[in-house]
Design a binder for this molecule. Sequence first.
Ligand code: GDP
Ligand code: IMO
Ligand code: MG
Length: 432
Amino acid sequence: MPSTAVIGLQWGDEGKGKIIDSLSAEADMIVRFAGGNNAGHTVHVGSEKYVLHLIPGGILHEGKQNIIGRGVVVNLDALIEEIDGLEERGVPVSERLFIDGRVHLIFPYHCQLDGLAESGRGKAKIGTTGRGIGPAYSDKVSRTGIRLADALNAETFAELLANAMQEKNNFMRKVYGVEPENQEGLLEKTLAQVERLRPLVVDGGAMVRKAHADGKRILFEGAQGLMLDLDAGTYPFVTSSWTGLAGVSGGAGFPPNRIDRALAVSKAYCTRVGSGPFPSELDNAVGQQLRDQGNEYGATTGRPRRCGWFDAVQARYACSLNGLDGVFLTNLDVLSGFEELAVCVAYRFEDGTETTEFPGDLSCLSKITPVYQSMPGWSEDITAARSLEELPETCRAYVAFLEEQMQTTITTLSVGPGRDQLFECEPAGAPA
Ligand code: GDP
Ligand code: IMO
Ligand code: MG
């Protein structure tokens, strides 16, 4: 795999952590290209469980270079906590991690503003993770953000931070009538954190382009999912970055025409955390059964995930937008024990007409009714299966149906959270 991008196909939490960890074994460099510590990527290694938020999923593998790409927004408290947590568990993070100096930093005022904006939205709240992601990306786009590289020079940084704090403090006091929090000693604390990280700061784009030119195998790690993408997702109930293939180039500093293979991770059903449209949501006992069997609680915030049937309209949209070469289908084991399964194959409007295209208009999405194709389920535990042949016939038929609906090859099946609970069923599209 000269260069492979892996993205989330749905609303996040598809199992990217597990898949990236697995693919990392065959990569030389793993580059995270978007999002921040809103992400929670779970990796199980034997009885050990790791939840990664900012650090790429290749970190648990010896001899791999991991880069936090320039498209990521970084909260230094969160990054340092994550580094320390892994080092305490024996992972030599500083030997394996690099951070692009162009990453934008998240400060306490971003987190506070995130919370204030959410309270102001009332019923229309997005249900953000409260990690300051939206306000930090807003500053980046407004050209008032502060980058890690800017903080390498104490004098420049002191001036930038003072200006930013003055602006944010004014805004919080005048617009929200609240006092800014957690600002005491922010300059000194940040300078000390940056000093500690200085040896890891690189030009990530230059590093990845050089590695690629040298024939190294690069893995681009996505965060969130396509339906949370700022442009392609269910706006405004999205995150503030480009989560799909289109985000790789900008977020990693790598030419788009050098990405050889695009793969995505999808659950065998759907989940969503936070508010916003979710056409196949099951707000009932079946949804609760999915939540219980899949242990569907957020890896970052612990919130119960909303659960629903697989949505082929959404999945086909996401596949076609990203020109995917293959899909990893995860959590197939969670569906064991359902007598009947359903797959959403179209959306029906109030006037009785149907569409198989994912609509961009939110008001229209809120009025549609899902049209389901039901399929027989299976009762067997499939967590020990390691080939297609070991799966019950109805399970294979379900996978084949999803593949047909997505018009994209399902290359790999995941039947449990463990590293070994994964097997290939068809080779992914050959690299160009
Ligand atoms: P990510 O954000 O895409 O990395 O996904 P999360 O880590 O937030 O959530 C996925 C959850 O599903 C984690 O708890 C994983 O350990 C778990 N998981 C991954 N693959 C499988 C699978 O095939 N079966 C089951 N039962 N759990 C899985
Ligand atoms: P991973 O990488 C699931 C959701 C939040 C909220 C919306 C905006 O683990 O798949 P934000 O804090 O980004 O401004 O919140 O996006 N969200 C995620 N949901 N998995 C994630 O990441 C998410 N990152 C953000 O719940 O609805
Ligand atoms: Mg997650």
